[in-house]
Unconditional design. Structure first.
Length: 451
């Protein structure tokens, strides 16, 4: 399927994500080091993972273009949830096989022969299709004395989590690991995705671990400087196009938007697209809308359309949204109110407060791994500062809206229950935080919200 490849016309038409010049340099260098066997020689699969909107697709696209220029690229497939042709496994093998015949023409007659022998091959399992259409032709070509030394060998798969079916996604990873383990061509497979819990489990399996390298888009590869540079260059471009006075915006405003991005490129790119995307609107006014200094013009003026789509996609995957809303309400509404000392920032603390069994909060948050991190110790981190804006605005979040007054009332009731029925911690000790002060603060905020 041509539209799923890195250089497809469809991707060009949709303003494909790509790294801004002189950004993500350290990440690209690390990936190229792995591709060229300078590091992790034995790992033929690398999992690039990070929060939703962290820029994984832009990195994959840029890396694909670099590999193509250097003669290293064998094939690409970019899964995309919003496109029927790119969100299913059905066309993956055909797309990869076609690109391989283009990259290594000597394989073309061998793959054609396999297709003639079994015309129904694309309707069989991924394991069988990979073996018959790719691995066996590679072995047959190798047996003729063909020298793969100068052949391209990099396969890039982006957005695996956007392929329909979590079992299908995990199955593809396992199939690739089995198929290329004994390939005569030293193939490198880069897989980029969000850190969904089922994919974490798949990549942690014993059969894949020996052949796997990982790269997390986390604090080690902080994107803040890159985001600031992207914003600065983008606003300079908008300023020139609209003949605005320099400097615009100020460095303080650039830093403000950078902080709001929380290290995720999607907020920065959404901001730039909104501010500079309509020739009939003043960029200065649209910047004020982003900064909440002015309201949007109406229902069709959607400054956060890209973020709304992202958050809705993640939250729609949750089975019990009401339980999740309880946890999100504590994290985004209650914690800022009660202050740092009494804030519930760990999964165990939230379990205790809600009278849940230990581990229930962690289980709830697993489906939200791409926007909320819960580490091994249960400490919870919100990966997107703009998540709160989304959930507290009913015009954006709709059924996912967090009603401040309702949550405050529910939490006051739970806190009052704790005051009369202290619970025990895991060591059997009385666990009685300063519920009195918490109740007082929450009740004051309830009356303040209604006044």
């Amino acid at each position: 399927m041509a539209s799923a490849t890195h250089n497809s016309l469809e991707r060009q038409r949709t303003d494909l994500p790509k790294c801004h010049p002189n950004t993500r340099v350290a990440v690209i260098k690390r990936l190229l080091g792995w591709i060229k066997s300078e590091i992790d020689f034995d790992a033929f699969i690398l999992w690039l993972y990070g929060a939703a909107g962290a820029g994984k697709s832009a990195i994959a696209q840029t890396l694909a273009e670099i590999c193509q220029e250097e003669g290293l690229l064998l094939a690409t497939f970019f899964f995309w949830k919003d496109t029927e042709e790119c969100n299913k496994i059905d066309r993956f093998i055909a797309t990869i096989a076609y690109q391989i015949t283009c990259a290594i023409p000597a394989l073309c007659p061998l793959i054609d022969e396999a297709l003639r022998y079994d015309p129904m091959i694309f309707h069989k399992s991924v394991d069988i299709a990979l073996a018959k259409l790719i691995i066996e032709p590679l072995r047959r070509l190798h047996s003729t004395g063909f020298d793969f030394k100068c052949s391209p060998f990099v396969i890039i798969i982006d957005g695996l989590d956007e392929c329909h079916g979590s079992n299908i996604q995990s199955g593809l990873v396992k199939s690739l690991a089995v198929a290329f383990r004994y390939s005569p061509l030293r193939i490198r497979v880069l897989i980029a995705s969000r850190p969904e819990v089922y994919l974490q489990s798949t990549f942690n399996s014993l059969s894949i671990q020996p052949h796997l390298s990982r790269l997390a888009l986390s604090d080690e590869y902080s994107a803040e400087k890159d985001i600031y540079q992207f914003l600065k260059d983008s606003f300079d471009k908008i300023r020139r196009e609209h003949n605005l006075a320099s400097p615009w915006p100020s460095a303080d405003v650039l830093h403000e938007i950078t902080r709001k991005s929380s290290g995720q490129f999607i907020f920065a790119s959404t901001t730039v697209n909104y501010i500079g995307g309509d020739p009939d609107e003043l960029p200065t006014r649209r910047l004020d809308v982003i900064r909440r200094l002015q309201p949007p013009r109406g229902e069709e003026d959607l400054p956060y359309a890209g973020l709304n789509s992202l958050y809705n996609h993640v939250l729609y995957s949750v089975r019990d949204i009401e339980r999740i809303k309880q946890v999100l309400g504590i994290l985004l509404i209650i914690n800022p109110i009660v202050g740092r000392k009494d804030a519930m920032r760990s999964a165990d603390r939230i379990d205790t407060f809600l009278y849940w069994q230990r581990g229930e909060t962690k289980a709830c948050l697993r489906r939200l791994a791409s926007i909320i991190e819960c580490d091994e110790d249960g400490f919870i981190s919100i990966l997107h500062a703009s998540l709160s804006d989304f959930l507290l605005d009913p015009s954006r979040s709709h059924q996912f809206y967090l009603c401040r007054e309702s949550l405050l009332g529910n939490c006051v009731a739970v806190a009052l229950r704790h005051m009369h029925q202290p619970v025990l911690d895991e060591d059997g000790m009385s666990f009685l935080p300063s519920w009195t002060s918490i109740v007082q603060v929450l009740i004051c905020n309830m009356f303040y919200s209604r006044s």
